[in-house]
Design a protein around this ligand. Structure first.
Ligand code: PBG
Length: 327
């Protein structure tokens, strides 16, 4: 007890602070999301996400080399196709925008891990994450019809060279269905990183500008989770574990640190990812641009907190900045 015990002793020397630090943050923990669009010579800034761009496939090579040089181990791809339709056909086509991007990346660089987001909202004209139909008198995303399409999309990504599949649509049974599809097509070695506990969140706003994927009617609350429910996240995670998910994910991150912690405590042996989403990024950027916060300090603090809560890896738009600051 005080005065013999003085915890400030361990805080006096900077090197000592490093020695007793329990949480680490490295560029090696980070996955950078990339928006790939149709067209040529395009690098279109995303207004609500300063520093992020939609890149056309011919602009990818340079970007990929830089990411690799910075020591970031992985990217996750989102596509903006030339044409959208009711079923999001571009998503399953071997000449689709994401498939083209994967091939290009694998040609320039074979060491970077290529992850693909598997969902339909960027590819459908209605902007929902699957097949929209009247279900019990209401327009809704039809779960089981969507599963078949998710399977086709995942297989198509694997055929193009994707090294990990990340389904984000929050359909019941999506992991099992994608696992079965991949296995049957000979891709039993391709892991699934499931967006297991993905909440229906206002923090996705800037992403929907970036990916041009805002729903044209209604919202995603019939498939994404209710922010008021914590226990249900554990049920979602339990299902995904049973269906064969290799990596779990909680999304968003900052408002859901309690969920990250609970999932990590329940499944300490399963790798856990957290998605530091577009709205979280936009808030930090806006405040920093106004001179209201110290960007570097706040970003490192946020990412460290997400790691401290229990995330093994973080999907974040700050990845390149962090690599620059920490290298
Ligand atoms: C696709 C998807 C979304 C995000 C990742 N995958 C958008 C959504 O669910 O509306 C959001 C990522 C972010 O906000 O950074 N379903």
């Amino acid at each position: 007890m005080f005065p013999s015990l003085r915890l400030r002793r361990l805080r006096r020397h900077p090197q000592l602070r490093e020695l007793v630090r329990e949480t680490s943050l490295s560029p090696k923990d980070l996955i950078l999301p990339l928006f790939v669009r149709h067209g040529r010579h395009q690098q279109i800034p995303i207004a609500s996400m300063p520093g992020q761009y939609q890149l056309s496939v011919d602009r990818l090579a340079e970007e990929i080399r830089e990411i690799d040089r910075q020591g970031i181990p992985a990217v996750i791809l989102f596509g903006i196709p030339e044409k959208k339709d009711a079923l999001g056909s571009d998503a399953c086509s071997h000449s689709g925008i994401v498939q083209q991007a994967i091939q290009t990346i694998k040609e320039v660089n074979s060491s970077l891990l290529v992850i693909t987001d598997v969902c339909f909202c960027e590819f459908t004209d209605h902007g929902h994450c699957g097949v929209v139909n009247e279900v019990a008198g209401q327009f809704d995303v039809e779960n089981d019809a969507t599963l078949e399409l998710l399977q086709a999309q995942a297989i198509s990504h694997a055929q193009a060279g994707a090294e990990m599949i990340a389904p984000s649509g929050m359909m019941d049974g999506m992991v099992e269905s994608i696992r079965d599809g991949l296995d049957e097509a000979g891709f039993h070695h391709i892991p699934i990183m499931s967006y297991s506990a993905k909440y229906s969140s206002g923090f996705y706003g800037p992403f929907r500008d970036a990916a041009e994927s805002a729903p044209q009617f209604g919202d995603r609350s019939t498939y994404q989770m209710d922010p008021a429910n914590g226990n249900e996240a554990l049920r979602e995670v339990e299902l995904d574990v049973g269906e064969g998910a290799d990596i779990l994910m909680v999304k968003p991150a900052l408002s859901y640190l309690d969920i990250i912690r609970r999932v990590k405590e329940t499944y300490p042996e399963i790798p856990l990812a957290a998605y530091n989403v577009s709205g979280e990024y936009a808030m930090v950027k806006a405040a920093a641009q106004n001179g209201w916060i110290d960007e570097k300090r706040v970003v490192l603090e946020i990412l460290t907190s997400i790691r401290r809560a229990g995330a093994d890896m973080i999907l974040t738009y700050h990845a390149k900045d962090v690599a620059r600051w920490l290298n």
